[in-house]
Design a protein around this ligand. Structure first.
Ligand code: NDP
Length: 446
């Protein structure tokens, strides 16, 4: 690492010793930006790297609400407004008990580069709460969302900050959040993306991250190995929004998806996962993935979600959460013959695992590039809202596909120009960073 960047990282460690996910993301990014620091002494002079890794603003607030038993509940709410050099902050809200500032700062930092890669004029942010929607009634989820938005509304707006969904925040939560926002501000400015189709949502937004992941993967396989998803065995972690639509598109492209998971364990169905059954369990019944085996005798359920990576596959799509694949899982995947790993979740691979894939010439699609389809389609939703128009499914899907192919092409070209076409992580970081850096330099010291 360039000594100046190394020093920045050491200072971050001193300032935020307990923020391990944030430090992990900052290290991953800084470790690939040495060529940029070497080529641009003016960035070093302007302390641009130091400014880049610090959020512009963090908002923390209390969320008080009343549960179905009449008891008062208190959660923590956050919005990390990371970087607005390219445009309004844009990034999801996560509702999960693990949510803390370290996780939101890591997600916000990644989001800045991801949004830059889409080519759209959007900055990066992330937010959420340690509230757990799991096991709550619809009424409780609504009460929480209304309390959360009663504070958040004053910090967001179509030209300032446009949140979306993430883990634990799907169509139901976005609906309640948007309803409360409108009630308070008395404006229909579409401030959230991922909205329902009857009130300003975009077709394809629900499917976008999973579909986009496969479009990125298909382009990468074609370019780097003259290959495709067709006939491949695919393992997908998670069974939420990203995982379900990644599975659907992988199947359409001719792959056999044999395993999926949730936070308790995984199912393995060598005949191919029955996606309609998974959707019924997770989307309709809000149940657990182990229920799948009850009426699928060819399938087995194993407790504990990490073991999913021991199933031999050609393509691995980690689509659940951060740090799912460490070095050990990476070695197992490679030993079992994996040819490509595309990240649907944010930072599912530890840096050692990503490096191991790249060193072994496995195609590795880093999250900020491979899962950018969700935010890109959120950008398309914003455009439709601003123009008071609705585009067809085919139009949005075609734009998504083109965007993902462009992202891969740019990252691959950048990686190749720095000497290793397999280092798409460097390609994504450098290509995404250069645009943000240029915008920050031109806008002065702020
Ligand atoms: P969902 O809440 O819809 O689904 C999350 C899935 O991951 C569930 O199956 C959940 O299981 C599982 N999961 C959550 N935590 C863990 C854990 N600690 N260990 C194992 N499994 C876990 O979220 P999304 O599908 O929207 O998001 C998944 C990932 O994709 C996240 O990293 C998110 O940041 C990223 N992402 C999402 C985008 C989007 O458009 N939605 C856009 C870009 C990235 P369970 O049901 O047991 O909780």
């Amino acid at each position: 690492m360039n000594p100046r960047l190394e020093e920045i990282y050491v200072n971050l460690e001193k300032s935020y010793p307990t923020q391990k996910e944030y430090l992990q993301a900052a290290k991953e990014i800084l470790s690939t930006l040495s060529p940029v620091a070497d080529a641009h002494p003016e960035y070093v002079q302007a302390k641009l790297f130091e400014r880049f890794v610090e959020p512009e603003r963090i908002i923390c607030f209390r969320v008080s609400w009343v549960d179905d038993k009449g008891e008062v509940q208190i959660n923590h709410g956050y919005r990390v407004q990371f970087n607005s050099a390219l445009g309004a902050y844009k990034g999801g809200l996560r509702f999960h008990p693990s949510v803390n500032l370290s996780i939101l700062k890591f997600l916000g930092l990644e989001q800045v580069l991801k949004n830059s890669l889409t080519g759209l004029p959007i900055g990066g942010g992330k937010g959420g709460s340690d509230f757990d929607p799991k096991g709550k009634s619809d009424h409780e989820v609504m009460a929480f969302c209304q309390a959360f938005m009663t504070e958040l509304y004053r910090h967001i707006g179509e030209f300032t900050d446009v949140p979306a969904g993430d883990i634990g925040v799907g169509g139901r939560e976005i609906g309640y959040l948007y309803g409360q926002y409108r009630r308070i501000v008395q404006r229909n400015d579409g401030v959230l993306t991922g909205k329902g189709l009857t009130y300003g949502g975009s077709l394809v937004r629900t499917e976008a991250t999973g579909y986009g992941l496969c479009y990125f993967g298909e382009r990468a396989l074609e370019t780097m190995k003259h290959d495709s998803f067709k006939g491949k065995t695919v393992v997908i972690s998670g069974s939420g929004n990203v995982a379900i639509y990644a599975a659907q598109k992988a199947m359409v492209l001719g792959a056999n998806v044999v395993a999926m998971s949730d936070s308790n364990g995984y199912i393995h169905d060598p005949n191919g996962i029955d996606l309609a059954a998974v959707r019924d369990i997770k989307e309709v019944r809000r149940g657990r993935i182990k229920e799948y085996v009850a009426d699928h005798p060819s399938a087995t359920y194993v407790e504990g979600s990490r073991g999913i990576w021991s199933i031999p596959c050609d393509i691995a799509l980690p689509c659940a959460t951060q740090n799912e694949i460490g070095l050990e899982e990476a070695k197992t995947l490679v030993a079992n013959g994996v040819i490509a790993v595309f990240e649907g979740a944010n930072m599912p691979c530890l840096l050692e695992a990503s490096r191991y894939f790249m060193e072994n010439k496995i195609i590795y699609g880093p999250a900020k590039a491979a899962n950018a389809g969700g935010v890109a389609t959120s950008g398309f939703e914003m455009m439709q809202n601003a123009g008071r128009v609705s585009w067809s499914f085919e139009e949005v899907d075609a734009m998504l596909k083109k965007t993902m192919e462009n992202i891969f092409d740019h990252c691959y070209a950048t990686a190749s120009s720095y000497g290793d076409p397999y280092d798409i992580l460097l390609g994504a970081n450098v290509y995404g960073f250069e645009k943000v850096a240029d915008a920050m330099m031109k806008q002065g010291i702020i």
